[in-house]
Ligand binder design. Structure first.
Ligand code: GLP
Length: 240
């Protein structure tokens, strides 16, 4: 694991944003795996600013998002689809036809999982996958469990995740289920970039890097990937 520690989330936004921009400049038709949550926002801001300044174009990239809430219209302001357009896609020249999401409203999660796996494979796999981490060590929506997951699937969210994310839902109750890429699909990415900021992530970060590899702390599986870059601020790195 290549662990890089920065003062604060703004500095990480620049460093991680640079990594993505440089990658896109080198491989304009690359496939990016993207994440939602508060953590990647400074990175997305940097990418959007670089585009606005004419330093990089995203017109040929393809993206796959990690996860999506179930039982929430795609157009709702809290869907991850809306999040990505608000925070990144509307600010860069990505072709909307090349952005991909799991369908949280599918009536057939298994068929949806197969569709997503095929779509990723047809593009040659994910070149760089961006990840955040939950307070309980989840990545995407892979919650602590008895076994590591495989391809995409439908999951019941844990109370820890509901507590953390319900602050964003001011009009309706937060969905209790989500469709998420599984650990197996995430581990297929050629390169993984994980960002963690703030003291609420310190315990999970310690387990991910120094603990045993266990599905009870899903991010610990990243110890077994051979190209992982971890960006931490000082608060998230405090227990290392
Ligand atoms: C969410 C998402 C994850 C994200 C994590 C942390 O539930 N499914 O992809 O990494 O929780 O979110 P935040 O960055 O807001 O702390």
């Amino acid at each position: 694991m290549d662990i890089r520690i920065f003062k604060n989330e703004q500095e990480i936004g620049v460093a991680a944003g640079q990594l993505f921009c440089e990658f896109v400049k080198e491989k304009p038709e690359c496939v990016l795996g993207l994440a939602t949550g508060a953590t990647p926002v400074p990175t997305y801001n940097y990418m959007a600013a670089q585009y606005a300044e004419g330093n990089v174009s995203f017109k040929d990239i393809t993206t796959f998002n990690l996860d999506e809430y179930c039982d929430l219209p795609k157009e709702h302001k809290n869907s991850y689809y809306s999040f990505m357009f608000e925070n990144l896609f509307s600010k860069i020249d990505v072709n909307p036809e090349n952005v991909n999401f799991l369908d949280g409203n599918t009536t057939d999660p298994e068929a949806e999982s197969a569709r997503y796996a095929e779509a990723i494979a047809s593009k040659g796999g994910i070149d760089v996958q961006l990840l955040g981490i939950g307070r309980n060590g989840h990545i995407a929506f892979n919650e602590p469990a008895d076994a590591f997951t495989g391809e995409s699937f439908k999951i019941a969210l844990t109370q820890s995740t509901i507590d953390a994310n319900s602050i964003y839902f001011d009009d309706i109750p937060m969905p209790r289920y989500a469709m998420t890429m599984g650990i197996g699909s995430i581990m297929k990415a050629k390169k993984i970039v994980l960002i963690a900021t703030g003291s609420s992530k310190a315990e999970a970060v310690k387990g991910m890097i120094k603990g045993e590899v266990t599905p009870q702390l899903p991010a610990s599986i990243l110890q077994q990937h051979d190209d992982v870059v971890i960006f931490l601020d000082e608060a998230a790195a405090a227990l290392l």
